[in-house]
Ligand binder design. Structure first.
Ligand SMILES: CCCCCC/C=C/C(=O)SCCNC(=O)CCNC(=O)[C@H](O)C(C)(C)COP(=O)(O)OP(=O)(O)OC[C@H]1O[C@@H](n2cnc3c(N)ncnc32)[C@H](O)[C@@H]1OP(=O)(O)O
Length: 390
């Protein structure tokens, strides 16, 4: 089948994609591709000198169709019509991925194929054991069908800086179209992550506080949207304590494996803030409103065992065997048929997507107001003065 695809690709898909020859001028940092970025990406494909291979071509085809026509809307070709069946399968596997996301993924994928791409923000389809470029605070690798995104700032308990949010968005977009079957988040060192880097808000001049809060709210919304829309199974390997946003996001993960030394803490009230990551919706659904309130309103810290009993964590492992057991299991899962994994996830999650986007938007608006509140500013000052007394 691969041979047939190679022979037939050029005329059939070039027709579908209709490339004119135009030079690309696109912003690689734009997180939502405009129509123009999309058009430019289509043009850029024409300039490729190297055949990207059938798998990538099928992804491009599927993303193009999804971006322009929406979910697959044609009858399934017969089993013997190999090429059209492969194209149909690729398109159909995108399920109800929003057109806008498909457009962005298409732009990212084309961008990753360009020889002239800037290495610092380039997104590449993951190859075996390939380390993705970017800062060292987020390490993205791909091996055995698993793309691993690791928080790598152990001296700061893996606190997430503004640039790390952006890199994670980029890494998720790349992982959504790479060759891996599943995507896994984990932390390097003794913490999974201590959540938002509180200095994101302290290095700000007084006359730009409002603008900083607005920008942070936009970034947060985009960050959480990337998790809501992520099409492949998303797994968290919680190697140690988790605080704030990395906990709230767990409601958007498909499996959460924790070491028995992990803890789960969302001290939003203490910080003069409010929940994000869609937790105001997912946590009451997962654990019931009373337990969700204890965590999200009163900031009760849970042990891994408690988080598992409440349904936030899938399974807890003894620290001594945690890494070995979890990665062995994940490697087995990653060998399952990729399209089937995506489609099952889509079935489980798609009904909720619209609601989750609305919850995310609302939480970000509320948080933007909280960041400007006296309660929040006092909490940040307390954190900074605690540091200065050490
Ligand atoms: C685009 C913006 C989006 C915003 C989204 C909204 C997100 C909200 C949240 O995530 S709320 C949660 C925020 N996190 C916290 O409140 C945790 C703050 N940190 C701590 O309470 C403690 O550091 C600790 C309990 C995590 C660990 O304590 P300890 O074991 O005593 O270690 P240290 O405190 O000495 O930490 C070592 C080193 O790391 C620095 N650090 C740790 N966490 C953070 C952090 N979240 N932000 C900034 N810096 C952090 C800590 O200051 C130490 O640095 P130093 O060695 O002093 O330079």
């Amino acid at each position: 089948m691969a041979g047939r695809l190679t022979r037939r690709w050029s005329p059939s898909l070039l027709q579908v994609l209709r490339f004119p020859v135009v030079q690309l001028h696109m912003s690689r940092t734009a997180m939502r591709a405009s129509e123009k970025d999309f058009e430019n990406a289509r043009n850029q494909l024409k300039l490729l000198t190297k055949d990207p291979g059938n798998e990538v071509k099928l992804k491009l085809y599927a993303l193009y169709k999804q971006a322009t026509e929406g979910p697959c809307n044609t009858p399934k070709p017969s089993m013997l019509d190999f090429i059209n069946k492969a194209k149909w399968d690729a398109w159909n596997a995108l399920g109800s991925l929003p057109k806008e996301t498909a457009r962005q993924n298409y732009v990212d994928l084309v961008s990753s194929l360009s020889p002239s791409s800037e290495s610092s923000s380039q997104v590449k389809p993951a190859a075996a054991n390939e380390k993705q470029p970017g800062s060292e605070n987020i390490i993205v690798t791909s091996q055995d069908g698993i793309t691993k995104i690791m928080f790598n700032r152990p001296s700061k308990k893996n606190a997430i800086t503004t640039s790390m949010y952006k890199e994670i968005i980029h890494a998720l977009k790349a992982a959504s179209t790479d060759n891996s079957a599943i995507t896994v988040f984990t932390g390097n060192g003794d913490y999974y992550s201590s959540g938002n880097d509180l200095t994101n808000f302290t290095d700000v001049s007084p006359n730009s506080i409002e603008e900083t809060a607005k920008n942070a709210s936009i970034l947060l919304r985009e960050f959480v949207d990337a998790f809501i829309d992520f099409p492949k199974p998303l797994v968290a390997v919680i190697n140690g304590p988790a605080v704030g946003i990395v906990v709230t996001l767990l409601g958007l993960f498909d499996a959460v494996y924790a070491s028995d030394k992990a803890t789960f803490h969302t001290p939003f009230s203490e910080l003069g803030q409010s929940p994000e990551g869609c937790a105001s919706y997912t946590f009451p659904k997962i654990m019931g409103p009373a337990k969700a309130a204890e965590m999200l309103i009163f900031g009760k810290k849970l042990t891994a065992g408690e988080a598992c009993a409440q349904g936030l964590v899938t399974e807890v492992f003894p620290e001594s065997t945690f890494q070995k057991e979890v990665w062995t299991r994940l490697k087995t899962y990653a060998k399952l048929p990729t399209n089937s994994l995506r489609i099952s996830k889509e079935l489980i999650r798609s009904n909720e997507k619209e609601k989750l986007h609305a919850v995310n938007a609302e939480e970000c608006t509320v948080l933007q107001g909280r960041w400007l509140s006296e309660e929040c500013m006092n909490a940040l000052m307390n954190f900074m003065s605690r540091k200065s007394k050490l």
